[in-house]
Design a protein around this ligand. Sequence first.
Ligand SMILES: *Cc1c(COP(=O)(O)O)cnc(C)c1O
Length: 375
Amino acid sequence: MAPPAKMNVPFLDLASLHAPLQAEFDEVWAKVTEANAFIGGTWCEKFEQEFAAYIGTEHAIGCANGTDALELIIRALGIGPGDEVIVPANTFIATAEAVAAAGAVPVFVDVDPATMLITADGIEKAATDKTAAVMVVHLYGQAAAMDSISEVCEKHGIAIIEDTAQAHGATWDGKKAGSWGVAAGFSFYPGKNLGAFGDGGAITTNDAALAEQIRSIAFHGRSITSRYHHDNMGMNSRLDGLQAGILSVKLRHLDGWNADRQRVRDRYEAGLADLAALPLVGVHERATSVHHLCVVQSDNREELMAYLGERGIGNSIHYPVPCHMNDPFKKWAPSIAPVVTETAAPKIMSLPMYPALTDDMIDYTLEALHDFHAR
Ligand SMILES: *Cc1c(COP(=O)(O)O)cnc(C)c1O
């Protein structure tokens, strides 16, 4: 049994993040509603420009959510039935879902045991003459090893699609995640490092023709030159003006918030250094992580999670069931077993991680983690 909770440490706290910005949010609401700019329009265009500049790409295209962003890229590249797309087995289900939604086959590969990210080696082993693209997922806020991945993909003619849903602002060798591949998909789900007040997403790319194709598909396949003609089989995936306005306000604070996440991470790292039973999933030295999540591995996870819960400390798992072990994906069983992913799945768990987490809350959490292992 855990001692009674003395503090409440939620897993995530958006209210504290938003409170100081309330007046700016109110202004967005007033202006967007006054202008009736509900879908697309001024606020979307402004946010798209700001976001492209932030990531360092020529174009950004707003869409309805991160899953659509990925599907739009795959479809705009003409990838579909008969094509294979390599996907890390350790990722959120949406990565694989987008591949399947486009009619392509997800080919699951294993990840690096230190970072839990996809590697050049994993891609190379899974490459066939049907491989059209790879979903490089910058999971947990880290950036994947983009130099070696780019090299191997160039060698095999594989398009790099980045899933940057958890890594707004992360870098590899100083260059931002979301600016390496042919295109990248971002999510603005409220809990992401940059989150809207509902669903939202974006695609970044340097390819003008691809950007146009994505815009068309996202808007019912509409022709760029004639609004009554539909050149492509499309879908409806657009960003709301209200969400774009909120995102512009929040984008100005993203770097500051990411720096706060680094403070949290540093304190966890220092505090866990003497606890060999609870290793942190590491960050590569050539990468900067934006620490979307703080993931540790425990041989006694279920008990530890219950113990933390009793002490008022939130926790979660990302992700307990590897993609390929979920029913709808079982038909695409990987030919090489993703042993690292499958071994880690029952051990990984996520500690509270967000900019408003105070040093006192982190210390309280660290104390609980030590108490649990001293029992
Ligand atoms: C959140 C997330 C997505 C999907 O984004 P939505 O906006 O929820 O559709 C895709 N990939 C990863 C890795 C994610 O974390």
